[in-house]
Design a protein around this ligand. Structure first.
Ligand SMILES: NC(=O)c1ccc[n+]([C@@H]2O[C@H](COP(=O)([O-])OP(=O)(O)OC[C@H]3O[C@@H](n4cnc5c(N)ncnc54)[C@H](O)[C@@H]3O)[C@@H](O)[C@H]2O)c1
Length: 360
């Protein structure tokens, strides 16, 4: 076992719970400090974690016993917190998207590179057995040359379950920037980087009503389009069609399908780590399950952060990397830009696909 990685967590809202559980179960990680704009949240989390102190954000970022900052704030704050952490020489792993705008995300990646610190970005769900098995199957030539993929995230909107859904309907939110990272990252894992994007969008309603929690019944304004659809071309020539929507009552479409010249593949929900991969070969009339071939079984959010800190010891790049986060954000903002201009948008970044995750 290597050294203990000392982690400071900024942002202690809804998603922080699962990260705290993952890190508590990791023998080589220790949360030494926690911070939130809401000091009471930090105090409450620190009270449950003997290893952690509740600090102000500035004190946490300057703290000598923090090696890595885990940034779980809302998208509008991602870049500011990441840049401040990098300025203190800390490695950073953050929730998606990398930043609310492409320019901010590029500034974060550039700053991390200049400072020589490691930068990681969610989603890490693609390191689970679902996406990794599909990727191993495709890489192994089992579906022949990959030609096309479809990705569908269709939901009626997060205000139905999230107690504070405001940010999902503000710039930096919307179905694509919120849920698209899972689908676009999975498509890049499966088919390689994207070279251009064409998008179109629409908006069902100018406001949403919070369905649950202490603010139930409160109206939230909608400042972004809530249905986003588009076409992506991968460097390989394969074409992906993507739909992300907060305007859809229900759907039976598989989360992702990949079509090759010899077979079609159903790929499980990239918002989860696990799930079944099925194949239908040309000439066969039934779908067959593909046994797990790669990926971490039973993983949970925080796996990408552990991959970053553990790889750091051996000098390897993180798999859920800032470079991937930047590419995915460029693709997503490219779709939105294309929707507003009516033109195809060329994608400049082209990250290497991270190495396959061995079955574990
Ligand atoms: N909710 C989910 O199911 C989910 C799933 C995966 C990823 N995410 C992502 O995780 C991130 C957080 O989402 P959430 O649902 O936990 O949101 P949330 O609103 O429940 O929590 C965010 C927390 O960050 C704090 N915060 C905001 N700005 C801050 C700042 N500048 N400094 C310090 N603290 C600050 C808030 O006080 C709050 O406690 C988002 O990027 C979201 O896209 C959420």
């Amino acid at each position: 076992m290597g050294r203990t990685h000392r982690i400071g967590v900024v942002g202690l809202g809804y998603i922080s719970r699962v990260y705290l559980e993952t890190l508590a179960a990791a023998p080589d990680a220790e949360i030494t400090a926690v911070a939130d704009l809401d000091r009471a949240r930090a105090e409450a989390v620190a009270a449950e974690l003997p290893s952690a102190r509740a600090l102000s954000v500035a004190d946490l970022l300057a703290s000598e016993d923090v090696d890595v900052v885990l940034n779980l704030t809302i998208p509008a704050a991602h870049a500011d917190i990441a840049l401040a952490a990098i300025a203190q020489g800390k490695d950073v792993y953050g929730e998606k998207p990398l930043a609310a705008t492409y320019a901010d995300a590029e500034a974060v990646v550039d700053a991390a590179r200049a400072a020589g610190v490691r930068l990681g970005c969610a989603p890490d769900t693609v390191l689970g057995t679902g996406i990794q098995t599909a990727r191993a199957f495709i890489d192994g030539g089992e579906i022949g040359r990959p030609l096309a993929a479809t990705a569908v995230m269709a939901s009626p909107g997060h205000e139905r379950w999230h107690p504070n859904p405001d940010f999902y309907y503000q710039p930096g939110g919307g179905p694509l920037l919120d849920m698209g990272p899972y689908y676009v990252t999975a498509l890049v894992q499966l088919l390689g980087p994207v070279t251009w994007a064409i998008g179109a969008t629409s908006r069902l309603r100018p406001e949403r009503v919070i369905a649950q929690g202490p603010r139930a019944g409160e109206v939230v304004p909608v400042a972004v389009d809530s249905h986003v659809t588009g076409i992506l071309q991968h460097a390989s020539g394969a074409l992906s069609t993507i739909t992300t929507s907060f305007d859809t009552v229900a759907s039976t479409a598989p989360p992702i399908e990949v079509h090759g010249e010899a077979a079609s593949l159903i790929v499980p929900d990239p918002n989860n780590f696990d799930g079944e991969v099925s194949v239908r070969r040309l000439g066969s009339d039934e779908w067959q399950l593909v046994r797990p071939l790669a990926g971490i079984a039973g993983a949970a959010r925080g796996t990408g952060l552990l991959d970053l800190v553990r790889n750091a010891d051996g000098g390897a790049a993180p798999r859920a990397s800032g470079d991937m986060g930047l590419h995915v954000l460029e693709v997503m903002t490219g779709l939105l830009e294309s929707a507003s201009t009516g033109s195809r948008v060329e994608i400049r970044t082209s990250p290497e696909r991270p190495s396959l995750v061995p079955l574990a």
